[in-house]
Design a protein around this ligand. Structure first.
Ligand code: DQA
Length: 143
């Protein structure tokens, strides 16, 4: 069975309460349930993790190739300044799709730039929870 890792970064544990006008009212648990349901329906495994800590996210990326065929990552605000997460993504040979719930290009100027995206196979923004499903669907088709 194909296995993919879904990594959510800082503040995404607060989904549902956090700026609902931007991120919606669904919780991280709701998002992870949607992902699991999709994975069940398509007969693959998706493991979901979340951390507010950069080093933890880097460790997960480094370890991912041992167990997973690809990753979906929403690095949260690290997107905009973490060269360390970018380098971690560049250091592994499995594809990563970067996802953002909101359309980062229509928001504050500091969100327009992703330093991590150049190390990803692609980026999906502004499609809410569906972005994760489309990213997984793409990874599945690549295998
Ligand atoms: C986000 C966008 C980032 O700019 C922000 O810091 C987040 C969430 C998104 O999913 O839209 O934490 O990655």
């Amino acid at each position: 069975m194909k296995r993919f890792l879904v990594i959510n970064g800082p503040n995404l544990n607060a989904l549902g309460q956090r700026e609902p006008g931007i991120y919606g009212t669904g919780t991280l648990n709701d998002l992870e349930n949607d992902i699991k349901q999709f994975a069940d329906s398509r007969h693959f495994q998706a493991d979901c993790v979340q951390s507010n800590y950069e080093g933890q996210i880097i460790d997960w990326i480094h370890d991912a190739p041992r167990n997973y065929a690809g990753m979906v990552i929403n690095p949260g605000a690290f997107t905009h300044y973490s060269y360390a997460i970018r380098d971690a993504l560049a250091s592994v040979h499995i594809p990563a799709i970067e996802v953002h719930l909101s359309n980062i290009h229509t928001r504050e100027a500091f969100r327009h730039r992703s330093v991590t995206a150049p190390a990803a196979a692609g980026q999906i923004v502004g499609l809410g929870f569906k972005g994760y499903i489309y990213a997984l669907s793409f990874l599945l088709e690549q295998q």
